[in-house]
Design a protein around this ligand. Structure first.
Ligand code: GAP
Length: 459
């Protein structure tokens, strides 16, 4: 299967089986935004629950938070986002398509960085214009590159007509964590080193949203900021990198599809920065970031609000600004990586079987209950089994079409077990349980079904 082919197949499966739909599709679409369908939302929720378990519930030193999307614009000024949170953009003068200059240069093997000045970027851009074509019209007539700020503005609380004082939709969730640092210290008595974790929406005016869920304008982040003694920052950083790697593997991702990549150019305050990359259909690219940020964030907010965002170390009777290490990952990218990793095509009796071999923990539906026919004598007891199991696992009941077609459907949404209630079931009080991966079938007594599934699903 070629890479292009795999991408097309994943996008099409996501739509066909209710994982992901393009936003506003009936109106012709809306770039950079996606909707998650019935299977997508179950998968998202399982990925979030897995992250929360690893990043909050398994840890005595990390607490959760749910801060607001809207915050005072002063936060985004202090953090540097109103001035520095930008990407270099150019426009095709022939068809008005906008391109991200650092990315289009990267595609021809030229290293440019969104952190460079406009002048530096334009110099590299000019040197390579003859090698770059517009994605849409193929012409080579681009404007100069200019920095474009990615913060999304709103008029919340601004009743002027001119929108002079915009409130921003948050560009990253972690600012809500930094500005609650002292609240958490005061209200929980937690001691350094400790972390604050949250999951929530973020918004960026991405110039060229691309590659399906990889780069979107509205997305969700799962971020954990860990506050450390300055001298322990790098020791804790290594521990966090190791922990995140284990957590990603625990999602069931194949290790050969993962790698670490260190950032070439660090922002001036960062100590170190690595990304966990996934092997997407177009090759290895960023999935999540683990960064050592020094004392930058709390220092900036101390200056911004005029109150020291520091920590009092009672034992040593000293005050200081903690250093921060962060782990930050997008849910869209996680859903994409998990589906791409699970996507399998197999030859069965001369036909191609498409199956999502999800780790059972994160499969959207755990068990499907399928009566062999639509006759009342089968559907009634099958529904009874469904109602009973549905209390313990996320189940689906399906009586439409042939059993073969129903198996294929369940394979395509990655359901680990299908239960078939047939005419023999009326006599032997047993059902057939089909395993998604091996397609082997076991005959199990109805009264033993729940325990059987608990054992299987926890293996
Ligand atoms: N607080 C740090 C921060 O936000 P980032 O590298 O800009 O750093 C962190 O973003 C993670 O958020 C990325 O590794 C990626 O998983 C996700 N992410 C960032 N921008 C995204 C976008 N436009 N679409 C989807 N996911 C995105």
């Amino acid at each position: 299967m070629s890479e292009e082919n795999k991408m097309e197949k994943i996008v099409s499966l996501c739509k066909r089986r209710g994982f992901v739909y393009p936003s506003s599709e009936i109106y012709g679409g809306f770039a950079g935004v996606y909707d998650f369908g019935p299977m997508g939302v179950e998968l998202e929720n399982n990925i979030k629950a897995h992250w929360w378990k690893w990043m909050v519930q398994k840890r005595r030193d990390i607490v959760g938070l749910d801060s607001s999307i809207f915050m005072t614009p002063r936060i985004w000024e202090a953090s540097g986002h109103t001035t520095g949170f930008s990407d270099p953009m150019a426009e095709c003068k022939e068809c008005n398509t906008r391109v991200r200059v650092d990315k289009i240069l990267e595609e021809i093997g030229v290293i440019a960085d969104e952190k460079m000045t406009e002048e530096e970027i334009n110099k590299i851009f000019d040197e390579n214009r003859d090698k770059i074509k517009c994605y849409k019209c193929g012409k080579q007539n681009f404007s100069k590159a200019r920095k474009f700020n990615l913060l999304v503005k709103s008029n919340l609380g601004d009743f002027t007509e001119t929108n002079e004082d915009p409130a921003y939709l948050r560009g990253e969730t972690c600012q809500g964590i930094y500005v609650n640092f002292t609240n958490i210290v005061d209200s929980t008595h937690i001691k350094l080193p400790f972390g604050i974790a949250q999951i929530g929406k973020a918004f960026r005016n991405e110039i060229s949203p691309r590659q399906f869920l990889f780069r979107t304008r509205e997305f969700e982040q799962m971020e954990m900021q860990y506050f450390t003694y300055p001298e322990d920052e790098m020791k804790e950083y290594e521990k966090l990198k190791e922990y995140r790697w284990k957590a990603v593997l625990d999602l069931g991702i194949k290790e050969e599809n993962l790698r670490w990549k260190q950032h070439d150019n660090l922002v001036f305050y960062a100590k170190d920065a690595w990304d966990i990359e996934y092997n997407y259909p177009w090759g290895f690219d960023e999935w999540e970031g683990v960064h050592a940020r020094g004392s930058y964030d709390l220092t900036q907010h101390s200056k911004g609000c005029g109150k020291q965002q520091d920590y009092y170390d009672q034992e040593n009777n000293k005050r200081f600004i903690p250093h921060i290490i962060e782990s930050s990952v997008g849910i869209g990218r996680s859903v994409f990586a998990v589906i791409a990793d699970a996507y399998t095509e197999e030859e069965v009796n001369g036909e191609t079987r498409v199956v999502l071999k999800f780790n059972k923990k994160i499969a959207p539906i755990k068990v499907a209950v399928l009566p062999l026919s639509k006759k009342d004598e089968l559907t009634k007891p099958a529904l009874e089994i469904f109602e009973n199991l549905n209390d313990k696992f996320v189940c689906q009941y399906d009586e439409t079409q042939s059993i073969g077609k129903r198996y294929r459907r369940q394979d395509e949404i990655g359901t680990p077990y299908c239960i078939t209630f047939d005419f023999d079931s009326l006599e032997d009080k047993a059902v057939t349980v089909r395993d998604r991966d091996t397609m082997e079938q076991d005959r199990i007594k109805v009264e033993e079904l729940e325990n059987y599934l608990i054992t299987k699903l926890n293996n």
